[in-house]
Design a protein around this ligand. Structure first.
Ligand SMILES: [Zn+2]
Length: 174
């Protein structure tokens, strides 16, 4: 169940970081924020659910090879930069919500230890992986939740202020 919290947390970070413009930007950012895990572990979790009804952190040995391969792809800044540049070329402008993807990778670099899926952020150029502290460590886990709450509170205050400024502007004009 913990990993579900991890995925939601990635989505919330993506949304608050790059999706503050409007609802559409928010959902795209949240989607890009969770996509690295969605398209690696997500696929496996769903398959696992059907096969064994398993949930939560699986044994390393029970994780099939394709999950690691997908994990390399979706957790690489090199792959991200390539896709981002391609999308930029196709749409003739950058799609900013995509930046939630490298944010996910950055968070993972520091919150995964080499024990369980360290982040292959330089794949395929280098197999270097940073030995971080697992996000499931209580101090990291609760700090993360507190930071998310803080970020959303700041965003809420910002929006209230902006709305009030607009209202004052309207009443001043009329
Ligand atoms: Zn991840």
């Amino acid at each position: 169940m913990l990993s579900v919290v991890d995925i939601i947390s990635h989505g919330l970070w993506g949304g608050v970081a790059f999706g503050r413009k409007n609802k559409r930007a928010f959902w795209w950012s949240a989607l890009f924020g969770i996509s690295p895990d969605l398209f690696s572990f997500g696929i496996f979790t769903v398959a696992n659910l059907f096969e064994r009804g398993g949930f939560g952190r699986p044994e390393l040995s029970s994780i099939p090879g394709y999950v690691s391969s997908l994990y390399d792809l979706t957790h690489s800044l090199v792959v991200f930069a390539t896709v981002f540049a391609l999308a930029w070329a196709v749409f003739r402008k950058p799609f900013w919500p995509m930046l939630a993807w490298p944010l996910h990778i950055a968070v993972d670099i520091f919150t995964h230890s080499t024990e369980f899926f360290p982040t292959p952020f330089l794949w395929p150029l280098s197999i270097y992986r940073f030995d971080g502290v697992s996000w499931a460590t209580p101090s990291i886990f609760f700090t993360n939740l507190a930071l998310i709450a803080f970020a959303y509170a700041m965003w809420g205050i910002q929006r209230l202020r902006r709305r009030r400024a607009v209202r004052e502007e309207i009443s001043r004009r009329s």
